[in-house]
Design a protein. Sequence first.
Length: 255
Amino acid sequence: MSLGGVVSVKYTSSLVFTVSTAFIKVWDIRDSAKCIRTLTSSGQVSSGDSCSSSRSLSIPPGESQINQISLNPSGTFLYAAAANAVRMWDLRKFASTGKLTGHLGPVVCLTVDKLGNGQDIVLTGSKDHHIKMFEVAEGAQGSLTSGHTLEPSHQDSVEALSVSGDVLYSSSRDQSIHKWDVSRKRLLQVRKEMKYVCSRTQNTAETVKLENIDKPDVKSANIFTFCAFLCSSFCSSDRTVRIWEAKGSLEEGLY
């Protein structure tokens, strides 16, 4: 169990990453979902679960709330948004290699894709109203600054990002959804007067659907479908992470 609400979940074929307060727990799902590492916002690493249930829910000095994490497509790097930056983690070594910097406000959301040259492209949304693009080369270390800021900016905090091919969708507290051409770095469409979106649904066909979540205890959801199997990871404020398998059609429910 996590110390506070679980705000972000990502996974590979063998590992699950969950975020609570300033900590990322790494779970080995091949070994009875055992916690094998605890990563912190400041770049520290410890073996096993270093967060005891008796520990204070307050964030320790020198640490910051982690708002969201994202994996690169190959599952070798993890990016964690905390304060005004994004920390990079090499999962082959479980070591922090640096940070992505340049935002003037807390980074709220991020998404990662792969460029044709093999570089990671990291897109970040912040309370400073801006979306930034970072091209991260293999072996990059230290403090990396943004190569581009998408304009025009939103009028309020950017709350969610979802990328599909060359198309990026961004949602903001300004009650608008922006559609961007990532390769050309330009705005394609704006849809206004919508309740801001804090979730996204993605499937293997790479179609993207943005939807509202009204329940206050469910902060975000990621749904990945593969043929008849569906695995849905829900981040909830009850401090648990649950994995659901769909039996039959989605209309029949999750079990």
